[in-house]
Design a binder for this molecule. Structure first.
Ligand code: PNS
Length: 167
């Protein structure tokens, strides 16, 4: 039985992430979405529990996926979960340098852990959590690049930033 970890910050989860996850689910027996707690929660828009929930609410019919948050090194968490594969999404060439460095460092730390890159559908090639936050929060423009629950969460943040009641 092969367990794969799909790690990331997921701040917030996008349809690009969910596309990669759906591909991983067909390839591996068990997939654990590993949501990084990060070093400093102030660096993320959503806290770890919210980021986990926003992914969980989109699992639909997948039976072989779980979502957990983790802290510390990814290789240690992979060992704990008995995972032998790390899944990362690869979009444009610009992702490559960072992903290459991370994969090599993780291999250096644990040579039994293999990193596998999956490409999302091309319609999500330019989707990133970072850009989503800029468009939705700075610009208050909406896109269909995030699932409905994330759209709702971003709307709530905008309302609260405007000082409006959330009810
Ligand atoms: O979605 P992201 O922000 O690109 O995900 C990055 C993440 C969380 C996978 C990466 O920062 C990570 O693995 N953090 C855990 C700490 C760690 O193991 N660092 C060394 C990896 S080279």
């Amino acid at each position: 039985m092969t367990t794969a970890l799909y790690p990331g910050t997921f701040d917030p989860v996008t349809k690009g992430h969910l596309d990669v996850l759906s591909r991983a689910c067909t390839l591996f027996d068990q997939v654990v979405v590993a949501v990084s707690e990060g070093n400093n929660s102030k660096n993320t828009l959503f806290d770890a529990a919210s980021r986990v929930r926003l992914v969980e609410e989109n699992l639909g019919s997948y039976r072989n996926v779980s979502v957990e948050s983790f802290s510390g090194l990814l290789v240690d968490y992979a060992l704990k979960k008995k995972a032998s594969v790390l899944v990362r999404g690869l979009r444009a060439v610009s992702d490559f340098e960072y992903e290459f460095q991370m994969a090599q460092m993780n291999r250096h730390l644990d040579s039994n852990l293999e990193t596998i890159f999956l490409m999302p559908n091309e319609k999500y090639f330019y989707t990133s959590s970072q850009l989503i936050k800029q468009v939705h929060l700075f610009g208050e423009r909406e896109t269909d690049l995030v699932p409905e629950n994330v759209l709702t969460a971003l709307r709530e943040i905008n309302r609260s930033n405007r000082g409006e009641d959330q009810n």
